[in-house]
Design a protein around this ligand. Structure first.
Ligand code: SAM
Length: 305
């Protein structure tokens, strides 16, 4: 089971025309999609995307019951190609609920959790590409330091990378708990209420799934995929993602930079998007009932006419 985060708030921000075309770029187990379908009319259409084959299996089952649903297995960065396949010229809303789903975290064999013994995998699309084990056993030490620092904001990146490189010369690192123990031993200063391997696991997950590259790629094409008044709603779970979304929306809502004194009039002074409200965080009640919601931030923007 996956408990959807900021469900009402995100749909309220996303939905415009009830007979419109929408995209759920991160289907997961379809919590947001199902709630969206319940709001929309019979002649609406929803494209759902996910990298994860299990999520896609669940999406196919939903599509078999509801003819409004189309399914795409792959990254949301492929949005323009997926829309072209369907012959949709644009959409009324794109929703992204970033990160991993509870089923991914909870299945030992997916290797996402430092608390569960499993193969060191962490691929969202476990049908292709290298696993974290493949990556860790081959990566150059300097690159690993950069990854741990940039994607995990890990202060002790150098020590942890050195410990990993030393350990792998004796034996390939192949399981989650092996890596968690290794980091625990190498980490000199544990944070309160945080497993010392939390940042390392986050960094490796982001790297192996190219999460920030995919987000950049989507943001660079999404405006052209939105119809006038079409909306983009993004739920982020850590500051690296949220910073990107915030900066993108802010820049896209401003007009082009011109030298001081050069007048820009009317629409020329504005960018293609308008911000819709401020960042939205889950209520205390939601955080109490779903700890995964704790760090969530929702941002919404609308394409100008
Ligand atoms: C937080 S879950 C979404 C949960 C969903 N909103 C629900 O209510 O069930 C994130 C999902 O997005 C998928 N995902 C993450 N990054 C992706 C990307 N770049 N392209 C496609 N799917 C992605 C993951 O595989 C995961 O299934």
């Amino acid at each position: 089971m996956h408990e959807s985060v900021l469900l009402e708030e995100s749909l309220q921000g996303l939905v415009g025309p009830l007979s419109g075309h929408y995209v759920d770029g991160t289907f997961g187990r379809g919590g947001h999609t199902r709630a969206l379908l319940a709001l929309l009319n019979d002649d609406a259409a929803v494209l759902v995307m996910d990298k994860d084959p299990q999520a896609i299996e669940c999406a196919e089952a939903l599509a078999a019951q509801d003819s409004r649903v189309s399914v795409y297995h792959g990254s949301f960065a492929d949005l323009p190609a997926a829309l072209a396949q369907l012959g949709w010229p644009g959409v009324d809303g794109v929703l992204l609920d970033l990160g991993v789903s509870s089923p991914q975290l909870d299945q030992d064999e997916r290797g996402f959790s430092f608390q569960r013994q499993g193969p060191l995998d962490m691929r969202m699309d476990n049908s292709s590409g290298p696993t974290v084990a493949d990556y860790l056993n081959a990566v150059a030490e300097d690159e690993l330091v950069t990854i741990l620092r940039d994607y995990g904001e890990e202060r002790f990146a150098r020590r942890i990378a050195a410990a990993i490189v030393k350990a792998r010369t004796e034996k390939a690192i192949s399981t989650t708990l092996e890596l968690a123990e290794l980091v625990k031993t190498a980490h000199p200063r544990w944070e309160k209420h945080k497993h010392p391997a939390t940042r390392t696991f986050q960094a490796l997950r982001i790297a192996i799934n190219r999460e920030l590259d995919d987000l950049d790629a989507l943001l660079s094409v999404v405006v052209d995929c939105l119809l006038p008044r079409g909306r983009l709603a993004v739920i982020s779970f850590h500051s690296l993602e949220d910073r990107k979304v915030k900066q993108f929306m802010r820049q896209a809502s401003q007009g082009p930079k011109v030298p001081r004194g050069v007048p820009l009039q009317g629409d020329l002074a504005l960018g293609p998007l308008a911000l819709v409200g401020k960042a939205i965080k889950p209520s205390e009640q939601e955080v109490r009932s779903n700890v995964r919601a704790r760090s969530a931030v929702l941002r919404i923007a609308e394409r100008r006419v």
